[in-house]
Design a protein. Structure first.
Length: 305
């Protein structure tokens, strides 16, 4: 066992499965683990003595923080993580990496630049380019995806060109940014979630969409089972997490006719589905990574960016 560490889990809800499991795993390994709501943190920005305050107290800098920052509070949550980084605290995932992965367009561009396989995607501003935007990804059927969506929300399969035009017009009417993406028909409504910790895939599960649905998210009624991934899929998942700069990531892949393609890299992947499907102690893997690599001041970005 490692020496006891003081660890803060930055989570809005201590009752969530993932938060509970991380706390349980940390305590089992002899550490002091505390859940801190990032939205109740407020910060003193100072060149010499930066501070994080919480519900009226000044927080003693812990050895490490585990950010479980929801997509809806990314801006404020990453600001709090950045403040801890400025104080020399080790974050399991760094603020810059979280922000990078939350920006769907930016993350796809970064992955594409490094040669990671992706569904062909299109992005445009002007309504005059709608026809080209649809044709860029091979025409109908195609997927239209809000840049702000999570857990399958804001993702639409347009079976025909007319349907695609209607969805695009609706999204433009809401002043929302979106991507068009090729539809990977051969995946049959399934994808693979690879859970990466410290540059290694520690567990993987296949998620299958329910009948009549193309989104495989468990939140949307999909089923999850343990799956054996190929060496190529393993390499793609670990490379994608590394490109994003994430120590812990859920990398979602699809099996296409031209090899594995990455759909998304998630910086706060849920534990319930994958621990249930695989029987693996993933929360324990996360704590062990902190024990091994979580040295004070080891943040690469030191709160910059």
């Amino acid at each position: 066992m490692a020496d006891p560490l003081n660890i803060y889990v930055l989570s809005r809800n201590s009752r969530l499965y993932s938060t509970r499991r991380i706390v349980e795993a940390g305590k089992t390994r002899g550490h002091n683990v505390r859940v801190v709501d990032p939205l109740r943190c407020y910060v003193k920005i100072s060149a010499h003595r930066p501070e994080v305050h919480y519900k009226g107290e000044i927080l003693t800098p812990p050895d490490a923080v585990i950010p479980r920052i929801g997509a809806s509070v990314t801006f404020y949550g990453t600001a709090v993580v950045r403040q801890f980084e400025m104080m020399g605290v080790f974050p399991l995932n760094e603020s810059v990496a979280i922000s990078r992965s939350r920006d769907k367009l930016r993350s796809l561009q970064l992955l594409a630049r490094r040669g990671i396989g992706l569904p062909v995607s299109g992005f445009a501003y002007s309504p005059d380019d709608n026809d080209d935007l649809i044709n860029l990804v091979g025409g109908a059927p195609l997927v239209i995806k809000l840049l702000e969506g999570t857990q399958g929300k804001g993702v639409v399969l347009a079976e025909t060109t007319k349907a695609a035009e209607s969805v695009i017009d609706a999204f433009r009417g809401l002043k929302a940014y979106f991507l068009t993406q090729e539809f990977i028909r051969e995946a049959g409504g399934s994808d693979i979630r690879c859970f990466v910790v410290g540059g290694k895939v520690v567990a993987s599960m296949k998620r299958q969409a329910k009948e009549g649905e193309f989104r495989s998210n468990v939140h949307r009624g999909g089923s999850a089972t343990s799956v054996r991934i190929t060496p190529e899929e393993r390499q793609v998942a670990t490379r994608a997490a590394k490109i994003m700069g994430l120590n812990v990531a859920g990398v979602d892949l699809m099996r296409s006719n031209h090899g594995p393609v990455v759909l998304e890299v998630n910086s706060s992947p849920g534990l319930e589905g994958i621990e249930s499907a695989t029987g693996k102690d993933i929360a324990g893997n996360m704590i062990q990574f902190i024990e091994k690599d979580g040295k004070a001041g080891k943040t690469r970005t030191k709160g910059r960016g």
